[in-house]
Design a protein around this ligand. Sequence first.
Ligand SMILES: Cc1cc2nc3c(=O)[nH]c(=O)nc-3n(C[C@H](O)[C@H](O)[C@H](O)COP(=O)(O)OP(=O)(O)OC[C@H]3O[C@@H](n4cnc5c(N)ncnc54)[C@H](O)[C@@H]3O)c2cc1C
Length: 816
Amino acid sequence: MSALPSHARVVIIGGGAVGASALYHLAKASWTDCVLLEKNELTAGSTWHAAGNVPTFSSSWSIMNMQRYSASLYRELGALVDYPMNYHVTGSIRLGHSKERLQEFKRVVGMGRYQGMDLDILTPDEMRGKYPFLETHDLTGALYDPYDGDIDPAQLTQALAKGARDMGAKIFRFCPATGARRDGDEWVISTPQGEIRCEKVVNAAGYYAREVGKWFGRDVPMMVMSHQYILFEEIPELAAWSKEAGHKLPLLRDVDSSYYLRQEKTGMNLGPYERNCKAHWVTPDDPMPDDFSFQLFPDDLDRLEWYLNDAVERVPILGTAGLSRMINGPIPYAPDGNPLIGPMPGVPNAYEACVFTFGICQAGGAGKVLAEWVTEGETEWDMWSCDPRRYTSFAANKDYCIAKGMEIYGHEYAMHFPKHAWPAGRDQKLSPIHDRIAALGAQFKPYNGWERAMWYARPGDDTSEESTQTWNREGPWRPRIEEECRAVTEAAGILDLPGFSRFRVKGEGATAWLSTLTTGKLPKPGRIGLAYFADDKGRIVTEMSVMMLAEDFFFLITAATAQWHDLEWLQKHLPKDAAFTIDDVTDAFSCQILSGPNSRAILADVSDADLSKGWLTHQSCQIAGRWCQLVRVSFAGELGWEIHTKIEDTAAIFDAVWEAGQKHGLKPFGMEALDSLRIEKGYRAWKGDLSTDYTVLQGGLDRFVDWAKPDFKGKAALEREKQQGVSKRFVLLTVEAGDCDAPYMSTLWHGGQVVGETTSGNWGYRVGKSIALGMLRADLAIAGTEIEVEIYGDRFKAVVQPDGPLFDPNNERLRA
Ligand SMILES: Cc1cc2nc3c(=O)[nH]c(=O)nc-3n(C[C@H](O)[C@H](O)[C@H](O)COP(=O)(O)OP(=O)(O)OC[C@H]3O[C@@H](n4cnc5c(N)ncnc54)[C@H](O)[C@@H]3O)c2cc1C
């Protein structure tokens, strides 16, 4: 073996499927001066024992993108790198036991077809045609994924490694990284074979990612689950069928029972995600070993018994088979079950590609995404679902990670209904008035750990988890959300909004600098405005409210979940010699939204503010003898103020406003009502309507672009796009929907073709209509155009609305 070089452009720590794919994709991008360090043999972590299933199915657009890319790469990889491997594209059948499951499948079929895949829905008869051994009496239908299959994970890793090596990248096996330190602009990675310096480093250490992260001062939010599959001996009937058919059975996933069943040669492989699951290496009596290479946990058949019996009822020939072997290995889980791919939060030139739960089917796409982050600093697809910065520090808490990891694993195939809040790991961050709003009936959901009221139940309302198991608009919440919207429209509503991310930018040069990052004009002192931040391609990176307090002194306010992402965007563009500072002051403040025609009268009773100040102004004032900042904006689209308070004064200020509000009809309202109110105004939400999948011009945000500014980030690209014309354009649609409003990424149809997609949808209670925001082919984005929206498999008529709010188009209520 050659000696470890003293320097490389990139060092990847970890040689599983993901690390190898990262190296391969870096080399493909001509970054060949890259080194992968593996402490044992390649694949020694989770990869060697993985079952190797390669589904494309996901209800997340970005993860589907990644898995689709993987499957198509794997089909050609053997030939590309001259390393033949076992990859069986068998197709898969995903069984549905309920109407809701079929709806989920139909939505995924719509997304899959939009990504160019021929996914389909099967009837029970069609299932039996593809899978003659199947019991179908209790099934409502199935999803057929013709691209699903299984690959040998070790061969896949070796193929990627060979491809990378052939292009010039280097792999050092039995060469553990043992530490990392920063020296100037370089990382110095230590190994028993000496030190290696690099510009950039990637943590691809699988279930050891938390240990590796520590060297960088990074606490990786993750835990480790034990996952098993059972291999069965030959089943003569299956062997005979397969011989005659000339192919294997499609893989079967009984997602409601929570297992997959796959033909393995002439036997079978059963892999459950059991409810009674087990975490490993989480208690002092079960410490994580320094090295677990090529090792397994002891078999634990008892845990799988229910699933085994269920599978035998589903496919009775399984009952005739002898059990040949069990595999019980470690899988890392992040608190939402998605991997971490992208910049390592708070650490310069360091990246993560780790904590993969489905690292075999995602390795191909993950390598592409990681290589883009490293070489270009941005990705082709918006990958927020996997961005490590989607978590902030609270999420690294071990108990939280264990609770969430076990919840996700035990519900690996669960449907994620819009009104459902997963119960594990809750109450991480509570608003100072949490108890008060809980007593008013608040039904909570976490946003970056902060519990916020979604809607307010009345005594006797059904607030059970079961009631939320629906995609429908209708439910116990509906009359309450409607009442909350009405209160905001006719009287006043107050919404407790803890966790708004906020950054203070202060010092000489702050105004000039901020102006180079935002596409539009900055507000004047005393005013607030929305600002859009674009990347060099003109794509929407983020949106912040910019409050100018004085020249060179700003408060930037952004979504709770955007805290680390947006702060990093600002810090990344900070000039080295900046005379101003950026501070994250999120935890020092809280916020109440007071909205509705009576809000002025309420504030007049309790504050010393000048309430004649117009829309988009802000001022300091006193409520209940305490300081607060009143900001005259309303995401609900009514007369209203945001009341920004010091965290310790929040309760006193809320109490005063609440008491004063009683004679003015003040009611609490929640995030559900706010979402309905904002969609009627066409206000975009971050990482749905606003993402790097769209440019600022496609997003219809032209009025937030100041072309006269000498320069701003993304200007050149946006000018080019302006000249050429946009290919698609943001639209607000009214939809003659059925029981459900359009979820994210529902396809838009015209003339028998898909012509766009929704980015969000909801019912508008003030206008009495189902509304969707979306991106439509530019030539169709004209008011009055009739199109169709596919919602859970059915198409509904929709009409493009004039550019502007649907409710109160001239913003008269806001300006009142
Ligand atoms: C029983 C079972 C079945 C599974 N089936 C599937 C499946 O069908 N489909 C699917 O998509 N996924 C499956 N998975 C999950 C899959 O195995 C993992 O998601 C995937 O292997 C993760 O790959 P990785 O490269 O991220 O991590 P790993 O394969 O764990 O690789 C990380 C590597 O880093 C190395 N390393 C750690 N620390 C250091 C260090 N300090 N220096 C150098 N090297 C270091 C380790 O030795 C290891 O080789 C299964 C998992 C289990 C347990």
